[in-house]
Design a protein around this ligand. Structure first.
Ligand code: C5P
Length: 285
């Protein structure tokens, strides 16, 4: 069984404060883009895993293996699985690659092990594994609140070419959360309505749709700020860092400009382009 595990970008990320459980309350829009890892699941007696990247740990810390273990435990499954992962999504880059892989394992094993679990049950299990993982059960686009696990899915057609650039920098999510000194006051500023209503009018997005990690991450890693500036100076009508970085995306109206700018980053940077109105679900499996 082969599956695609798509990457997400965060189109806006607002952080409201630290909770008693150590997580932070946030608001974000997750949106899947045309960049994916490839997973192959085969029946096996035990739980085993291989990956084509030495950057992926194949031990107990791996989210794919933890997802399989959780399903085995919760549903008294005796079968195992062999998981093969082809990694295309940059790691620790704000793109949810590991989270998407884990969600695909939950979806895949639900079929392979004939568990017949409903999506809301899979989302609950996903939330036990990580804050970003429930989103990838249904994918597409969603407004997320809580620690990222409370989801409202909606249609968002992005009428631009999305250029994604990942500088050769790893940013720790835990460090990024701890580096925020001033949280936003209150909630419900309605920024996500500005995003959906004014997607055709990017000037409005620039002031309304922000990422609260940018100031501290840009200070610690100036090359990420320079990446955003380069996208803006090359014709992006809107640009933002995704998650806690290091990836930055830009919306381009002109495909030639989009194709040109990706050639201008150093070879150690990972770049990709997503077509206008892309919808990941169509090709998910
Ligand atoms: O949930 P997940 O394991 O992906 O989170 C990784 C780390 O990111 C957490 O240990 C926590 O430090 C931080 N985090 C947070 N608030 C969130 C999500 C993650 O503080 N909403």
């Amino acid at each position: 069984m082969k599956f695609r595990a798509y990457a997400k970008i965060n189109i806006g990320l607002f952080i409201f404060g630290k909770r008693t459980d150590g997580y932070h309350d946030l608001e974000t829009v997750f949106h899947e883009i045309d960049l994916y890892d490839e997973l192959e699941l085969e029946p096996h007696d035990e739980l085993t895993m291989t990956a084509d990247s030495i950057l992926v740990p194949i031990d107990e810390s791996n989210l794919c293996l933890r997802a399989a273990q959780l399903l085995q435990k919760e549903h008294n499954v005796r079968q195992g699985v062999s998981i093969n992962l082809k990694k295309n999504i940059p790691i620790a880059a704000g793109l949810g690659g590991g989270s998407s892989d884990a969600a695909s394992v939950l979806l895949g094993l639900n079929e392979l092990w004939h568990l017949k679990l409903k999506k809301n049950k899979l989302e609950k299990l996903a939330a036990e594994l990580g804050s970003d993982i429930p989103f990838f059960i249904d994918g597409g686009t969603a407004f997320a609140t809580g620690r990222g696990e409370i989801l409202k899915h909606f249609e968002l057609n992005i009428p631009y070419w999305i250029v994604l650039v990942t500088p050769a920098r790893f940013v720790s999510t835990t460090w990024a959360y701890n580096s925020i000194k001033n949280y936003r006051n209150g909630k419900g500023t309605g920024w996500q309505n500005v995003l959906t209503e004014h997607i055709q009018n990017p000037k409005k997005l620039v002031t309304a749709v922000q990422n609260d990690f940018e100031p501290s991450v840009f200070k610690a890693h100036p090359e990420i700020l320079h990446t955003k500036e380069k996208l803006q100076n090359s014709g992006a009508v809107f640009s933002l860092m995704s998650g806690s970085g290091s990836s930055v995306f830009g919306f381009f109206k002109d495909v030639k400009r989009a194709q040109q700018v990706v050639k201008e980053f150093p070879p150690t940077y990972v770049v990709s382009i997503t077509e206008p109105n892309f919808h990941a679900r169509q090709g998910k499996k």
